[in-house]
Structure formats: structure tokens, C-alpha cells
Design a protein around this ligand. Sequence first.
Ligand SMILES: NC(=O)c1ccc[n+]([C@@H]2O[C@H](COP(=O)([O-])OP(=O)(O)OC[C@H]3O[C@@H](n4cnc5c(N)ncnc54)[C@H](OP(=O)(O)O)[C@@H]3O)[C@@H](O)[C@H]2O)c1
Length: 235
Amino acid sequence: MNVLITGAGRGLGFELAKLAAARGHAVAACVRDIGRVGDGLAELAERYRGLVRIETLDVSDETQARALAAKLRDDGFAIDALVSNAGVLLGRGEGIASLELDDLKRTFEVNLYGPLIVAKHLTPLMRESRSGAEIVVHVGSDAGSFAGAYGGDYPYALSKIALSMFTKQLNEELKPRGIRALAVHPGWIRTDMGGQSAPLSPAESALGIIDLIEGTTAVPAETWFVDYAGRAMPV
Ligand SMILES: NC(=O)c1ccc[n+]([C@@H]2O[C@H](COP(=O)([O-])OP(=O)(O)OC[C@H]3O[C@@H](n4cnc5c(N)ncnc54)[C@H](OP(=O)(O)O)[C@@H]3O)[C@@H](O)[C@H]2O)c1
């Protein structure tokens, strides 16, 4: 499969790129700043030369998304799995009186408009599916549901619940093309965002998500919100 992953320089995105390449998939590993690619991703691209390509994509920049789409089209890189993983967590713990609106706006730019811009410019590069294998994965969160809602996270929770609705909308639109869109809660994972007390390693979460992408873990057709193990998430 050809897999495109945003935010692939570190955290869950990097583990997804690593595992996808190890499973033999061609990977477009997108990073915000190609001049600051960490050793891990640089080594991965070197090790899987010809299979892993590093691309520039700040998901909040539509011009970059348009340019990347044109480049991939020219290269004949048809996408089978489009993984919008990039995300930010800003303004956690702020009450409404001290909330910085800039944190809210930036969070929406990355966590909601990002996947939307990515889908707008890159789903046209996805193959029409005969096998049902084509998939858009939005890395969402249990914060993106009313059932999982907790306090103290205005920007993040609002952006992720909007991402859940965007995923549902996109799923409906893409269905006739044989492409499904899934919002996936990756679990609480040990990354810069999740912190070191998290119970799950990013590698374990990535394993579950790649199994979802490959279809090894089956998800019923009507389901569009699951966790990394494919368990249906409450909305
Ligand atoms: N960690 C958890 O426990 C947890 C739980 C639920 C959901 N999630 C979700 O899982 C996803 C991955 O999180 P993580 O834990 O791996 O976070 P992380 O360690 O903080 O990594 C975030 C990634 O997003 C990238 N990114 C941020 N802004 C970007 C932009 N404008 N354009 C492109 N890339 C950008 C970062 O790139 P730079 O290196 O350039 O900053 C980095 O690669 C996120 O969507 C997050 O909301 C995480």
C-alpha cells in the first residue's frame, strides 16, 4: 500500500511510519519542517530508501498541501491510506476566563482545518477502491466524544469533537468511491503530548492502527469511530 502520514517526525506519527515501512508499505512521511528532521526519521528514510520519502507539510498551510498533491501526482504516488496524525494540545487546564483565544484558533488550525485541508487536496489522489482497502484515518481522541468528555481542555476537546463530525461527514462522501474514513483514538500514549505516565507505548498504538489500515482488524462498515484496537468508541 501507499501510505501518507502527517506529523511523522516524532511521537505516534513516527512509529506509524516505522511500522508501515517495516510491513513493506511505501510511506510518504510528512513533516512540518524538512530542515529539522530528527535522526529517527532520517535513519528510517536511509534504511528504507525507495520506500520511505520525507515530504514537507505543515497541515495548516493549504498552499503546501496543494503543492504536495501536485508533486505526488507527478510522481504517480496514488494514496491507499491517508493518515492525518498531526495534532497539538494547547491551553490545557485553562478556565474560560483565562483561555487564550490564540490557543483555540491554533488548535483548530492544526487539529481540524489540518485534516480538512489534507483531505481536500490529497483524497483526490486516492485510488477508487475495488477491495475496500482505501482508508482515511483521522487520529482523533476520546476527547472527541460527548461520552468521553472531561473538563479543562477547551481547545483540544472542541477541536477533536469537530474532527469526529468531520470524519463522519467525509465517510459519507467517500463511501461511493469505496473509501472509508475512520476516526481513531490511539489510546493514552507515551509521547511528548501524552507524557511519560501514559500506559501505552506509541509502538503498541501504531501496531493497532496499522492493523486497521491493512484490514487485519476488521471494523463493521457502519462504524466510523474506533480505538487503536478497533473497538467501537462511544460518540
Ligand atoms: N499522546 C496521547 O496520549 C494522545 C491521546 C489521544 C490522541 N492523541 C492524538 O494523536 C496524535 C499524535 O499525537 P502524539 O502524541 O504523537 O503528539 P506529539 O508527540 O506532540 O507529536 C505531534 C506531531 O504533530 C506534528 N505537528 C504539530 N503541528 C503540526 C502542523 N501544523 N503541521 C504538521 N505537523 C504538525 C508535530 O510536528 P513537529 O515535530 O514539527 O512539532 C509532531 O510530529 C495527535 O493528533 C493527538 O491529538 C494523542
